[in-house]
Design a protein around this ligand. Structure first.
Ligand code: UPG
Length: 460
C-alpha cells in the first residue's frame, strides 16, 4: 500500500505542476497476495478524483517455479512473472502516445532492461530516503565480502563509504538477512541495477538529508559506485484520510503537544509479551499517549495477514491497564488516520518503526521522533535518523529479536517529552517543517529538481 500511495502521489505531483502536459498510467500487478480492500477503495477514489490518472491492472499469475522460501521471495517471483506484460503494456501505450518516462518502483527492476530496449527513458522512484539509497547502492559490494548469511554474523559491523552510518550485520535490510533465500539475491540484483537507470527520483528533500544528497551527487564518487542523476522531489505524502476517527475527538480534549503517538506502519505488529511490555512502559512514563495496536501474530507465517484481523484488546493488554490510564491514554485497534493524528496540535512526539512515509509525515507535521525499527530497511533508517540526521532518539533493542523492555520505552518516552534532548529535537523538527515547505516554494530544491527532470523529458 505504501508503495502504491507513493507512486500515485508522484503522479499527482506531475499533474499539479504540469497540468494538461501529462497523463499518468499506473501499471498494477494483480494477485490474491496483494488483494486488499483498502487498495481497491483507494484506487476507486483516485480514479474518480483524478481522471488523468488511470490504472492498468496486469493479468494475475500464480507461482509455478518452486515453493517460495519467504513472503518476499513469493512477491518477487510474482513481480518477475508480470514483466512480459509490463513491456507489452509499454508497447501498446507507445502506439497511442509518446511515453515521456517509465518510472519504476525499486521492486520492479525486472522491467528496466526491457523498457530501455524500447528506448523509453526509465527512472526509479525510490520510496525511502537518500541515505538509504546511498547505502543500497553499496549493498552489492558488501554482499560480495561475506559468504555467511548476515543473520549469522552477530558480531559483524558493516561499514559504508561516504561517511554513511555503520550497520550491524544482523540489522541488514530484511530480504538480505538469509543468503539461502532467493529474495536475498533479487535485492542484490535490484541494487546493482540502480545505476543503470536514466535517473532516480527520491522521496526526500535537500535540507532533510543534506549529507546524503551531497554524496549521491558528488562527482568525485564519494560512494565508490556510479550514481545516475538524482532528483530529490519530496516530501511526497498522502493527504490525510477524510474520516472522522474517535481518536481525533479524544485528541481534541488533550493539551497542546502533550500526547505521544505510537504507531508502527502498515504491518507492524508485536508479540503478546511485547504488547504487555509497551503497556507497562507507557503506564510508568506518566505521559499522555495514543497507541495503535495490531493483532499479535500467532506465528511467523501469519505475520503477513494477521495484522488486519480483528481481535480483543482486553485479551492482550495487562489486566486493568485501560482503566488505570483512562485519563491520559487511548489505545486504538489496528489503524488510526496517521497523517491527521500527527498534524493534530495535541501530538508532541511519535514512537515510529522508521518507515519512510511515517518519517516524512512527522517532518511535515513537526513532530519529534523515538525510533523503534522492526523490519525491511528500518534499522538502516534508524541509524540515519539518529546518527546522520540527528533527529530521533533510539530505543535500545535486544539483538536476538528486537525486544524492548518497558523500562527502556518509559525512559525514551520521558526523554522525548520531558528533557533537554527532547527540547533540542523539537527545535530541530520545527526548522525541518519550515524547510519542507520551502522545498516546494519558489526556487525550492524539490521544485527545481522536478523542473530539471521535466525539462529533460520535454527536450527529448
Ligand atoms: O495505523 C496506521 C498505520 C499506518 N498508516 C499510514 O501507512 C503508511 C505507512 O507507511 P510507512 O511509514 O512508510 O511504513 P510501511 O507501511 O511499513 O512501509 C514500507 O515502505 C516504506 C517506504 O518504502 C519503507 O520505508 C518501510 O520500511 C516499509 O515497511 C503511512 O502513510 C501512514 O500514515 C496509517 O495511516 N495508519
Amino acid at each position: 500500500m505504501g508503495h502504491i500511495v507513493s507512486m500515485v502521489e508522484l503522479g499527482k505531483l506531475f499533474l499539479h505542476h504540469y497540468n494538461n502536459q501529462f497523463s499518468i498510467t499506473v501499471l498494477l500487478i494483480t494477485n490474491d497476495f496483494w488483494s486488499n480492500p483498502s487498495i481497491t477503495s483507494y484506487i476507486e477514489t483516485i480514479s474518480k478524483t483524478y481522471p488523468s490518472i488511470s490504472f492498468h491492472r496486469l493479468p494475475p499469475h500464480s507461482i509455478n517455479t518452486y515453493p517460495p522460501r519467504s513472503h518476499l521471495d513469493m512477491a518477487f517471483q510474482l513481480i518477475s512473472l508480470s514483466t512480459p506484460e509490463v513491456i507489452q503494456s509499454l508497447v501498446e501505450i507507445s502506439n497511442i502516445c509518446k511515453v515521456s518516462a517509465f518510472i519504476i518502483d525499486f521492486f520492479c527492476t525486472y522491467a528496466l532492461s526491457g523498457a530501455e530496449e524500447l528506448n523509453i527513458p526509465t527512472y526509479y522512484f525510490f520510496t525511502s530516503g537518500a541515505g538509504c539509497l546511498a547505502t543500497f547502492l553499496n549493498l552489492p559490494k558488501i554482499s560480495e565480502q561475506y559468504t555467511k548469511s548476515f543473520k549469522d554474523l552477530p558480531d559483524t559491523i558493516l561499514h559504508f563509504p561516504g561517511g554513511l552510518p555503520d550497520l550491524k550485520a544482523i540489522h541488514m535490510v530484511e530480504p538480505m538477512l538469509d543468503s539461502d533465500d532467493p529474495a536475498y539475491h533479487e535485492v542484490v540484483y535490484f541494487c546493482s541495477h540502480l545505476p543503470k537507470a536514466h535517473g532516480i527520483l527520491v522521496n526526500t528533500f535537500d535540507d532533510l538529508e543534506p549529507k546524503a544528497v551531497r554524496i549521491l551527487k558528488d562527482e568525485e564518487w564519494a560512494l565508490d559506485v556510479k550514481v545516475p542523476p538524482i532528483y530529490p522531489i519530496g516530501p511526497l505524502i498522502a493527504d490525510g484520510e477524510d474520516v472522522h476517527h474517535e481518536c481525533l475527538s479524544w485528541l481534541d480534549r488533550q493539551p497542546s503537544k502533550s500526547v505521544v503517538f505510537l504507531c508502527f506502519g502498515s504491518r507492524g505488529s508485536f508479540s503478546k509479551k511485547q504488547v504487555k511490555e509497551i503497556a507497562k512502559g507507557l503506564e510508568k512514563s506518566g505521559q499522555r499517549f495514543l497507541w495503535v495496536v495490531k493483532k499479535p501474530p500467532e506465528d511467523e507465517e501469519s505475520k503477513q495477514t494477521d495484522h488486519i484481523s480483528d481481535f480483543d484488546l482486553d485479551e492482550i493488554l495487562p489486566q486493568g491497564f485501560l482503566e488505570r490510564v483512562q485519563d491520559r491514554g487511548k489505545v486504538v485497534k489496528s489503524w488510526a488516520p496517521q497523517v491527521k493524528v500527527l498534524s493534530h496540535d495535541s501530538v508532541g512526539g511519535f514512537v515510529t518503526h522508521c518507515g519512510w512515509n511515517s518519517v516524512l509525515e512527522a517532518v511535515v507535521a513537526d513532530v519529534p521522533l523515538v525510533a523503534w525499527p522492526l523490519y525491511a530497511e528500518q534499522h538502516l533508517n534508524r541509524n540515519l535518523l539518529v546518527e546522520y540526521m540527528e533527529m530521533a532518539i533510539p530505543v535500545d533493542q535486544r539483538d536476538e529479536d528486537g525486544f524492548v523492555s518497558g523500562d527502556e520505552l518509559e525512559k525514551r518516552v520521558r526523554e522525548l517529552m520531558d528533557s533537554e534532548k527532547g527540547i533540542e529535537l523539537r527545535e530541530k523538527s520545527m526548522k525541518l517543517k519550515e524547510s519542507a515547505l520551502g522545498a516546494w516554494g519558489e526556487s525550492g530544491s524539490s521544485l527545481r529538481a522536478l523542473e530539471e527532470l521535466v525539462k529533460k523529458w520535454q527536450a527529448s
